[in-house]
Write a protein that binds this ligand. Sequence first.
Ligand code: ADP
Length: 483
Amino acid sequence: MEKKEFLSSLVEQALEMVLVFDGKGALTYANTEAREKLGYEEAENIHISDIFPMIFTKTEEGFSTEYAFERKTENMAAYRKNQTCFPVEARIVQSGDGQYVCMANDILEKEFLGKEVAQVRYEAEQAMKVKSEFVANVTHELRTPVNGILGNVRELLERESDSGKLKNLHLMERCCENMGMIINNILDFSKLEAGKFTLDPQRFHFKNMLDYVKDSHIRRITEKGLDFVVSMSDDIPEYLIGDELRIVQILNNLINNAMKFTSIGRISVEVVKTAQVNDKIELYFFVMDTGIGIDKKDEDKLFQSFSQVDASISRQYGGTGLGLNICKELVELMGGTIGVESEKGKGSNFSFSIWVTVPEGEEVPAASGLAQRVPSDFNRQRPIQEAGEDDIRQYGSEANKDKLKRTLSKLILCVEMENWEKAEMFADTVKQLTGEAPREVKSMALRLKMAVQKENYEKTSAAYHALDALIEEEKSEPGEGQE
Ligand code: ADP
């Protein structure tokens, strides 16, 4: 008895409409939801055809219908007492005692929302298409004048001998190159976003491509005092079919980032073959650095467009936040994935995989030990930072003092040559090398950096000498103590 009461109160308060009618079609029960939705105060003198006139017809015997009374939900129109109607999702079943039970849900809102969502989605897609086309057109138009300026500047550079003017022209050349790079990034991004980007796979010499990448970065990396190592496993075929230009673009992007965010240590690039299926092979690329690293919590957002880890980083290092997003899209177009493993303050390991084709007749060298390893093992096996670099970072260690001295002398040389940009790069390294130093040394390193940023020769020189003396003092102290 109690159970029956409990069940009937459950039905009475159910969120869906529940109607019961007899073999004649007369309504014998309607729960609260049904009464409220249909506008009836009581379930009396109501025929089921009053509510579902499209499904039931009133007859002498009771009702006629083509409805199959299966346990299947159907959409139908429910009529209110006032003859207006609304869509419902309903199921009508025959119960054992010759009665029928109808359970129905009002789907007016759902239908309306569904239509609205479809409309909003359509409008957003249209807007996105217009925006992408606009961005593609504008960037294309921008490229022409920038290239025009660049060409003229280069011509002037060939004829100019005045050192002051040469300096300005070189600056203009750099600005144009940077602007060209940003424009190309935006163009790629808008094409990728609009789904208009297509790869151009061609036969290319893999090692020559890597050599080209190495040659284009080695000077700037070693000038910064960093080591640069590029290696590949020996089981990669000589020639491959793939979009060489885009592979170079991804590598350039990751190496440029590595260079931007590393002041001490090493940048290495490594390529290994990890799988082969018929004439397709999977290549894994690693770009590793010993730079500032990335916080775990920021790793996921790196590959989103316009995303930079934080505002202070973008202020200090510049950039548009598009590079990694473009890399991700390109890698995915090549059937691969991209990821990063990093430790704040120690360095980052970016890795990506792509699938390329082995040309017909091309020999695939035998697999070496390296190629058989699982990609993720590579990341784990690679120490983000090796022992030597720990030593360099540890203020007061021989390696640290040595590196500091060398960096400071490079810095002052750049200042003498008025190459403030490069001097700032060395000032950054000095700041990192003195990260664990006593307060006095640290604040002098900061003062040095600020003076360089302001391109103030006197203040830079003063800070340089003061810092040099402080380091010397520290250097002689332990010696004096021992003697
Ligand atoms: P940007 O053009 O701003 O460098 P990216 O998409 O290439 O854009 O990089 C996004 C952000 O990811 C950078 O601003 C930086 O915060 C972080 N980042 C990328 N590469 C490195 C790296 N090697 N070391 C540390 N941080 C990195």
